[in-house]
Write a protein that binds this ligand. Sequence first.
Ligand SMILES: Cc1ncc(COP(=O)(O)O)c(C=O)c1O
Length: 407
Amino acid sequence: MKSIPLPHFDYTPAPYAGPSADEVLAKRKQFMNPGIFLYYKKPIMIVEGKMQYVWDSTGKRYLDGLGGIVTVSVGHCHPHVVAAATKQNNTIQHSTTIYLQPRVVEFAEKLASKMPGNLKCVYFVNSGSEANDLALTMARLYTGNFDVIGLRNAYHGGSAATMGLTAHSTWKFNMPHSFGVHHAIAPYPYRGPYGYDDPDAGRKYAADVKDLIGYATPGKIAAFIAESIQGVGGFIVFPDGYLKHVYEHVRAAGGVTIADEVQTGFGRTGTHFWGFETQGVIPDIVTMAKGIGNGAPLAAVVTTPEIAAVMAQRVHFNTFGGNPVVSAIGTAVLEVIERENLQANSLRLGARILAGLEKLKTKYPVIGDIRGKGLMLGIEFVKDRATKEPGKELCAQAVENARELGL
Ligand SMILES: Cc1ncc(COP(=O)(O)O)c(C=O)c1O
């Protein structure tokens, strides 16, 4: 299969002179955690990136459709982000929250300005898992309740606490981790009991959260947490009104609402800056990572000053969370999103890709469903449209072919 020629791009990567992909693979097997996985029968070794393109060790250029798992939000090595990081790296790299640091508060203020309602208090951490851990802690302290409702088919991380929230057996090790966590039915219109043709699907799926609170908890809960579009679970877009109904049930049971914006934030969905806004709700706590730092180890929890106040009951400390370098990067990322109108770009390009995928769907019966918002789009492959039996092998082959073609 031949690559589809990519458009001209005014950038020449440096000739690669490092170890071969086979050598790196052998060393990775010898020295690194065996639980990590690779894409493709013959793994790609990416050695350089510039904006939407990456180059492998053979010099082949690819259009990057994955962005390091929904993380490179403004382009690989974006010059504004690199300049901000370099400047800060040459000034001071680390100080911690026990000293005042201008870059860090500057970023907190800018991030807070992007939030609706009273979501104005920012807490920096290093990863999405850590952000969700902290959100759980805040919710439990604030409400005085323990039980948490998540969704099946969710991914919220792999730390001890977030493994309990994650609801795919693939990512759950066989050890105790889900104490106090209950998983409601995923509002998955393509496969769930209420389909795209049911205008009341949002309310009906939400009723399962109410049931779960009534049957599986003391009737009081600490929190409900959901991704605004389920990412790892296959870009599941919830039916309209779902989160509105759920939030009513959760608040009636004394719980707070947590939106995991790790994949959906920062304009990716096109119509809104935050994924929860597409459902017309304002959560009590928002967690974010990935796109916030364009690849830098940066994540955050944003909540109201009232909820955040519970953290003053003890000292809570995070050595690297929001250090000056990642804060400078985070500010630069927000500036690029604004200056280059990247949310509007997600909307425009997303609509164009979606229209193309819809055409493919009319041609290929193995495409069961096309869904997503903005630049968060997916194809669900099936062996048979009537039975909806998952087309796992077809999906894997499509990914292999895309790689060959240069995507
Ligand atoms: C929605 C969501 N939440 C949380 C996480 C965990 O983030 P991290 O891998 O940075 O711990 C991920 C990671 O894929 C995610 O997709």
